[in-house]
Design a protein around this ligand. Structure first.
Ligand code: DX5
Ligand code: ZN
Length: 232
């Protein structure tokens, strides 16, 4: 089977029991912890910062933590999240004055850099920087809130980004974020995604393991052209 990763977004977790919630989704078969950072400036919502990421590491979370920065400015928080145990750090190009500098900084501090495309962000933002990235994150909702509906045109965008990644010859992950659930994850995989953020679909379900298992079943059935060998 292709190398698919399922990344529950803690945005929809019970924050009063965050450590236990993260343990529960990992025990239920999740691969990655998706950590949404919102600043009430770049997006109209306010969530958590490096202190909480650090707390999860101290609590004992070993899985990769995929930090999705929806903040402006970006760079100062990159160093703080690296120190707090982030594995991947992705950011929105609209929020950084110097995207190439931010990408370089993420790598310098020992993390894997990702660039996030909003629904209205053109693919041209990948020009000149794709080879420096380890991750492209396609937003299938506008950033800021969990529980929104998947935007169907995201499928075309995923296909177009997948083409670029294939042409690059590099093992760049293609992540999708927003409105992902068992009923659409197969189509999203067929369009080229290999890493799937899901917040409300997992944390809003009664049985995390059953929900993740049904996602994996749909992924296996999708047999996507996105199955790129060598992704890690
Ligand atoms: C939205 C966040 C998402 C969000 C996804 O700005 O980046 O990660 O938590 O939530 P669902 O899966 O509920 O759309
Ligand atoms: Zn996110």
């Amino acid at each position: 089977m292709a190398d698919f990763l399922i990344a529950p977004s803690v945005l929809s977790a019970d924050f009063a029991r965050l450590g236990a919630e993260v343990d529960a989704v990992l025990d239920a078969g999740a691969d990655v912890v998706h950590f949404d950072v919102m600043d009430n400036h770049y997006v109209p919502n306010l969530t958590v910062g490096p202190l909480v990421c650090d707390a999860l590491r101290r609590y004992g979370v070993q899985a990769p933590i995929d930090v999705h920065l929806m903040v402006k400015p970006v760079d100062r928080l990159v160093e703080e999240f690296a120190a707090a145990g982030a594995s991947w750090i992705s950011f929105h190009p609209e929020a950084s004055e110097h995207a190439h500098r931010t990408i370089s900084l993420i790598r310098e501090v020992g993390c894997r850099p990702g660039l996030v495309l909003n629904p209205a962000t053109p693919l041209s933002c990948l020009d000149h920087v794709l080879d420096d990235l380890d991750l492209v994150l396609v937003m299938s909702v506008n950033p800021g809130f969990g529980g929104q509906a998947f935007i169907p045109s995201s499928l075309d965008k995923l296909r177009a980004v997948r083409e670029r990644i294939t042409a690059s010859g590099r093992a760049i992950r293609l992540e999708v974020d927003g409105g992902i659930k068992p009923t659409n994850i197969g189509a999203v995989a067929a369009a080229g995604a290999d890493t799937f953020v899901a917040g409300s679909a997992i944390f809003g379900s009664a049985d995390y393991a059953a929900t993740i298992a049904s996602m994996r079943k749909e992924l296996a059935a999708a047999a996507p052209s996105a199955a790129v060998a060598g992704l890690s």
